[in-house]
Design a protein around this ligand. Sequence first.
Ligand SMILES: *[C@@H]1O[C@H](CO)[C@@H](O)[C@H](O)[C@H]1NC(C)=O
Ligand SMILES: *[C@@H]1O[C@H](CO)[C@@H](O)[C@H](O)[C@H]1NC(C)=O
Ligand SMILES: *[C@@H]1O[C@H](CO)[C@@H](O)[C@H](O)[C@H]1NC(C)=O
Ligand SMILES: *[C@@H]1O[C@H](CO)[C@@H](O)[C@H](O)[C@H]1NC(C)=O
Ligand SMILES: *[C@@H]1O[C@H](CO)[C@@H](O)[C@H](O)[C@H]1NC(C)=O
Ligand SMILES: *[C@@H]1O[C@H](CO)[C@@H](O)[C@H](O)[C@H]1NC(C)=O
Ligand SMILES: [Cu+2]
Length: 222
Amino acid sequence: MLFKSATALLAFAGLVAAAPSTELKHGSANVTSLNGEFLVHFTFDKVDAGMNITLTGLKGLTLNAAINKTAGYEYHIHVTPVGPNYGCAATGGHLDPFNVGPAPCNPTNLTSCQTGDLSGKHGNILPTQDGTFPTIQYIDTQLSFTEPANGPMVGRSVVIHNNGTRIACGDLVVDGYTAPAGNATTTGAATKPTGTDGKSSATKLIGSVALTGVVALFMMAL
Ligand SMILES: *[C@@H]1O[C@H](CO)[C@@H](O)[C@H](O)[C@H]1NC(C)=O
Ligand SMILES: *[C@@H]1O[C@H](CO)[C@@H](O)[C@H](O)[C@H]1NC(C)=O
Ligand SMILES: *[C@@H]1O[C@H](CO)[C@@H](O)[C@H](O)[C@H]1NC(C)=O
Ligand SMILES: *[C@@H]1O[C@H](CO)[C@@H](O)[C@H](O)[C@H]1NC(C)=O
Ligand SMILES: *[C@@H]1O[C@H](CO)[C@@H](O)[C@H](O)[C@H]1NC(C)=O
Ligand SMILES: *[C@@H]1O[C@H](CO)[C@@H](O)[C@H](O)[C@H]1NC(C)=O
Ligand SMILES: [Cu+2]
């Protein structure tokens, strides 16, 4: 009798739990600079092993740009959405629900990596002559649309840097996700916004003065 009712209760609980939720399975981001000269399309698909991520480089990551070409482009999931006019500064720090901090990520030891440090774990994007690159694809085992409770991958943004400077950003839009009422930003805890670029703001200012072209235009827009 007890067994029977427990089974019924479990079945009922299962129905209740399954019915109202839209499963979050797919997200995407168009990461661009203000003037649109720089564009990378990201997709995020939930798979058994984690998150299947693709980057399609549409334009702008050219060898001709006034950037540090050796460094290539670092990119991360940042905690808050992009501000008005592609305000990449509004995106806060890296998604870091386990408070790893900005120390270098060792991709063979994921506990040393911030969850949102995608290039730390999977490598920087390298510039090419025409500014496009073959699609990059990998599976990240740490990211999830629902876990951990204090730092899921919803309500976030993706930011691309060169040599620490934020050069492009875009909101990470997850199909079926609605931000909590009255809160268009995030659902969870995040890292401290300071220091995550590995540079002081004074250094960034000096760097931006030296840069020209798309990067300089973008920094002016900030
Ligand atoms: C990205 O850009 C494409 C093409 O303009 C558009 O269809 C899509 O809705 C955009 N996605 C996001 C998340 O903004
Ligand atoms: C990940 O995405 C790529 C590109 O869409 C696809 O070819 C591959 O089969 C996917 N991997 C898994 C495990 O779903
Ligand atoms: C890269 O960053 C370093 C250290 O912050 C700075 O000294 C250098 O000028 C930067 N280089 C470029 C090309 O932006
Ligand atoms: C360019 O970036 C590389 C790798 O981060 C760094 O070692 C080098 O010092 C940088 N060069 C300049 C001129 O800033
Ligand atoms: C992995 O990284 C963590 C955090 O930095 C560190 O405490 C731990 O010792 C590292 N493990 C190995 C095997 O290197
Ligand atoms: C929105 O979320 C942030 C981060 O969790 C929180 O600090 C803030 O109070 C929330 N705002 C509203 C209006 O709920
Ligand atoms: Cu970043």
